[in-house]
Every structure is written in C-alpha cells, then in structure tokens.
Design a protein around this ligand. Sequence first.
Ligand SMILES: Nc1ncnc2c1ncn2[C@@H]1O[C@H](COP(=O)(O)OP(=O)(O)O)[C@@H](O)[C@H]1O
Ligand SMILES: [Mg+2]
Length: 373
Amino acid sequence: MVTVTFDKVRKEFGTMVALPGLDLAIGSGEFVSLLGPSGCGKTTTLRMLAGLEQPTSGRILIGDRPVNNLAPGERDIAMVFQSYALYPHMTVAQNIAYPLRKRGVPKAERPARVKAVADLLQLGPLLERKPRQLSGGQQQRVALGRALVREPKVFLLDEPLSNLDAQLRAHMRAELIELHRRLGKTMVYVTHDQLEAMTMSTRIAVMRGGELQQFATPAEIYHRPANAFVAGFIGTPAMTLADGEIAAGQGRAMLKLGTLQMELPPDHLSQAPTGVLPVTVGVRPEDVVLGAGDGQASIRVVEPTGHESIVLANAGDVVFTVRVPGDSPLRPGDTVPFDLRRERLHIFERASGRRLNADRDLASGPARLSVTV
Ligand SMILES: Nc1ncnc2c1ncn2[C@@H]1O[C@H](COP(=O)(O)OP(=O)(O)O)[C@@H](O)[C@H]1O
Ligand SMILES: [Mg+2]
C-alpha cells in the first residue's frame, strides 16, 4: 500500500500549458478517479505518474520516494490503457505471463502467479484460448490480468472500459470495485464518465483545462460541488443552472431567479451577502417540488425512463429539469404548483463560479423524490 503525491507538477508541450501546477495527495489504498472533459489533462497526469512523460517542473512521489528520475520499469506501477492490445498469437496464459517473462521472473514461478491472477479474474477456464476467441469483456480482463500479475504497488487505468458496450461496462465497474476491495491497492483511474467515477472511487479529482477543480468523495462532490463547473458536470441528468441575484438586507437574503423570488433559509450562505450579488443558482432534479408550493410551473416535456421520468418544467423564465416517479401522471401542457427545496439550493458567485453555501448541507441526507402530483 502506498501513497501518490503530485507536488506543483507542471507540464508544458511546447508553448501549450497542459497542467499549470497540479497538487494532489492520493492516500494509500485509495481508488482515485481523475475526471473531466476530453483534453483537461487526465492522461498527461497519468502518463507522468507512469514515467512515460516528464513533468516540466514539480515533483511526483510514490510513497515517500520521488520518482521523477526513475524509468517506468523502476516505479512499481502497472498501467492498463483504453486500447489493451493483447498478443494475438499468444494464449491467455502466455499473455498474462508475458510481463513476468520480460522481467526475468524464473520460469518455475510463473504458472502459480498466472493461476492466482486468473482465479482472481475468473479467467481459469480460458487460459488456453487465443484473444480472438474471447469476448470484449474477457479480453479486458486479460489486460487487467497482465497488469495485476506483476503485483505492482500502484495501478494506473486510463479509460479501460470505454471500448466496451454499456452492459459490459456496468459489469466491469462492479468487477473493478470488487477487485479494488480485495487487493486494497492504490488505484488511479482516468475517465470522462462521471458515472464510472461516482460508482467506483473513494475520491474524485475533477479537472478542467489542466486545473484541479475539486478533490473529494463522490457524495461530497454531488452534494457540495466546489464551483458551478463541478455542479454542472456531475449528476445525470445535470442540475439546472440559472443566473439570479441575491438581494440582502436586514439579515434576510432574497433570491431572485428571473421572475421567481424566494427567501433563502438563514445561514444558507457561508457569509451574509451585502447589497445585490449576481449569482448562479444550481438546482438538482430531485430538489424541485411539483404539486405543492406557491409557485406555478408548466410541464413542457416528460421523458419516461421506467422507474422515474425526467420532466422539463417552466417556472418563471427558467426551465428546470425535474426527476419524478415513473408512474407520475404529469403530461406536457399541465400547469402545477411548484416549489424549490430552498435548503438544498446550490449558490455560486456568478463571476468566479465559487460556491457560496455554508458547508452544513451535506448532513441533510440523501435527496428524496418530493413530487406529490
Ligand atoms: N504529446 C503531446 N503534445 C502536444 N500536446 C499534447 C500532447 N499530449 C497531450 N497534449 C495536449 O494536452 C492537453 C491534455 O491532454 P490529455 O492529457 O490527453 O487530456 P485528457 O486525457 O484529459 O483527454 C490537450 O490539450 C492535449 O491536446
Ligand atoms: Mg485521455
């Protein structure tokens, strides 16, 4: 078990700054996802950790050992890529044994280590097959096996599931969670898929344009996004983000959201605002109330997904995304009473995107569906 530390790591490609200065401390045995849109620097971060790319400046440590000057083979890591090229002419057993052969592990030791890994990944019955005789998921498991067999201290995975179909991805997610639990090794996982990051990670590092936006547990990132970018990036369907204003006075804070007006609960913000403050307001789909409240919403779209439906509802001049139970009788064109769960509103400074909420709201527990129509 071992920690991984990025200490002011900067990476330039020519005149292009991919990472201006990354600070990230990954705990021993964690499963950390680097999550962000394409081009935000996830792969570059992982490749520097692997030793395939040199930082322009800053230090990378594995455990308490600086590894900047160590070759990839000296770092005690194993990496699984999105394109997991297996050797087509070798059997599964030979593919898994290959890293051992390459590293000069004595021949007599190899079968036992291959078998242990094959058992772990349920590849036992497939050991004599060639890659072309395997399904995509089985091939991915062999690629994992080839990384595992070396018993590295840290596993690096770069979008390893993105070539798989949706059903298989869900299955492999569960397998990776299980694998991490059993091995207890530090894993760094790159993905642009927030569902993968949310389901598997102990903590998620959300990145944008080479900058770390937030590094926290999935629950914290969901319930307390550090800024408007994280708020909009995490959650399916995405939360509604709308421009508004907070007008403060006499110890009260009135939120104006287009034509909607409401008083914010006392202590909702970390600092009492003064005057009029332009904000961006974030509302999760489960935090809109349809069927109760003083406001009024008109239903525009109802998208059934089975156990729930996603509704687009106009209130004032804002279009809210709302989660309702699948058996809700709401239909497009309906007009219904409307409210927001004010204690759960996310408030961001409009100019900077910075979160303004007081940090007590995580304790308010998981969101409940609150529709009474
Ligand atoms: N070898 C390279 N040469 C020049 N630019 C690169 C190189 N590798 C990555 N980049 C650039 O660095 C940025 C981050 O890339 P990358 O780490 O691959 O992003 P991600 O994995 O998050 O999609 C992108 O703008 C990309 O174009
Ligand atoms: Mg990438």
